[in-house]
Write a protein that binds this ligand. Structure first.
Ligand code: NAI
Length: 337
C-alpha cells in the first residue's frame, strides 16, 4: 500500500486560494497519495471562528507536522498580529529557507543564479515587542539570543555540509548594533569553526545589497537575522524573475510549513493571472521533506519543461496564460514523462 501523507493546507487570502488549487491539482497528478486538512487563517478565520488562528488548525499542524500554506494578508500599522510570524513562533520554525535559482528558458536580469538564503525566523525585530514610551515615542525591541543565533548557524552549516555548498556569508550591521548583531556574528563564528570545509565570511547588510545587485555570483549561502533575511529574499527573488517564482520553507525540529515568499497580491487576486510557480516550488521542497524525492524530481522536470516550452507562462514572466492554464500545462508535462 502506498503511503498517504496527511497535510495541513492553508489556502490563505488574495491569490492564495487560486495558487493553492493549482498546486494541489499538480501534486495529485504525481500519483502520491495526499489527504488535505484545509483551514482558513487570519481575517477569513476570524469571521467564522472568532479566532485568527483556529485551534483546529494548530492541532492539525501538531498532528501532521507538515503544512502547505498560501499567503495571508496582514493589516498594516494595527489590527491582528501576523499569522506567519505567529505560526513560526508557535511551532519554533526557526529556519526560513529560501533557495534562489533560475528556471531554464526564462530570461531574467541575471542568468545562472544559485543562491541559498537562510533566515533566522523567530526573533530579531519580529518579536513584536513595541510600546509607546511617552506620546510620540515608540520603542521597538530587537531581541537576539545566543540560543537562536547558534541554532540557525548550526542549521545553515549542516545544510552546507550535506549539500556541498562552499561558502556562507553572515550578514549583519554589527558596526552599529554592536551588541545584538555582534552576538549573532559571534555565534556564527563559533559554529563556523566546526566546519572547516565551508568558507565563512561576513558582510555588512547595506554593502551586501549593493554587492548582490552588482554581482550575485560572489555569494553561495547567506545567513541572516530575521528582518535582513526578509528584505534580502525579496531583492534576490528579482534576480530570477520575481516573487511569483521563489519558494520558501519554515523548518523546525518538530514541524515544517512550506510557503511562497510572496504575499497575497490583492492587486491581482481573483483574476486567474497569479503565477503558482512559487508555491509549486515550495511544494517540491515539501515533497523532498516527505521523502518523496522521485515525485519531487518529476514535478521539477514538468515545471522546467513548461518554462522551456514558453507556451503556457503567466503574465509576470512574459506569458499570457492564466493560473489554471499554467497548472494544466504542468499536469500535462507530468503525464507525458
Ligand atoms: P505581495 O508579495 O503580495 O505583492 C508584491 C507584488 O508582487 C505585487 O505587484 C503582486 O501582484 C506581485 N506578486 C506577488 N505574488 C505574485 C504571484 N504569485 N504571481 C504574480 N505576481 C505576484 O506583497 P504586498 O503587496 O506587499 O503584500 C500584500 C499582503 O500580503 C500584505 O497584507 C502582506 O502582509 C501579506 N504578505 C503575506 C506573506 C505570507 O503570508 N507569507 C508574505 C508577504 C506579505
Amino acid at each position: 500500500m502506498p503511503k498517504t501523507h496527511t497535510i495541513t493546507l492553508i489556502p490563505g487570502d488574495g491569490i492564495g486560494p487560486e495558487v493553492t488549487d493549482a498546486v494541489v491539482r499538480i501534486l495529485e497528478a504525481t500519483g502520491v497519495h495526499f489527504t488535505w486538512e484545509r483551514f482558513a487563517a487570519g481575517a477569513g478565520a476570524y469571521e467564522k471562528h472568532k479566532e485568527y488562528i483556529p485551534k483546529e488548525l494548530v492541532h492539525s499542524i501538531e498532528r501532521n507536522r507538515v503544512a502547505l500554506k498560501g499567503p495571508v494578508t496582514t493589516p498594516v500599522g494595527g489590527g491582528f498580529a501576523s499569522i506567519n510570524v505567529t505560526l513560526r513562533k508557535k511551532f519554533e520554525l526557526y529556519s526560513n529557507f529560501r533557495p534562489i535559482k533560475n528556471l531554464p528558458g526564462l530570461e531574467t536580469r541575471y542568468p545562472g543564479v544559485d543562491l541559498i538564503i537562510v533566515r533566522e525566523n523567530t526573533e530579531g525585530l519580529y518579536v513584536g515587542l513595541e510600546h509607546e514610551v511617552v506620546p510620540g515615542v515608540i520603542e521597538s525591541l530587537k531581541v537576539i539570543t545566543e540560543k537562536a543565533s547558534t541554532r540557525i548557524a548550526k542549521w545553515a552549516f549542516a545544510y552546507a555540509q550535506k549539500h556541498s555548498r562552499k561558502k556562507i556569508h553572515a550578514i549583519h550591521k554589527a558596526n552599529i548594533m554592536k551588541m545584538s548583531d555582534g552576538l549573532f556574528l559571534r555565534c556564527a563564528r563559533d559554529v563556523a569553526k566546526h566546519y572547516p570545509e565551508v568558507t565563512y565570511a561576513e558582510h555588512i547588510i547595506d554593502n551586501t545589497c549593493m554587492q548582490l545587485v552588482m554581482n550575485p555570483y560572489q555569494y553561495d549561502m547567506l545567513l541572516l537575522e530575521n528582518l535582513y533575511g526578509d528584505i534580502v529574499s525579496d531583492l534576490c527573488a528579482a534576480f530570477v524573475g520575481g516573487l511569483g517564482l521563489v519558494p520558501g520553507a519554515n523548518i523546525g525540529d518538530h514541524a515544517a510549513i512550506f510557503e511562497a515568499v510572496h504575499g497575497s497580491a490583492p492587486d491581482i487576486a481573483g483574476k486567474d493571472i497569479a503565477n503558482p510557480t512559487a508555491l509549486l516550488q515550495s511544494a517540491i521542497l515539501m515533497l523532498r521533506h516527505l521523502d518523496e524525492a522521485g515525485a519531487a524530481d518529476r514535478v521539477q522536470t514538468a515545471l522546467e519543461k513548461t518554462y522551456a516550452a514558453k507556451k503556457s507562462l503567466t503574465r509576470d514572466v512574459g506569458g499570457t496564460a492564466g493560473t489554471s492554464a499554467f497548472a494544466d500545462a504542468v499536469v500535462q508535462a507530468l503525464q507525458t514523462q
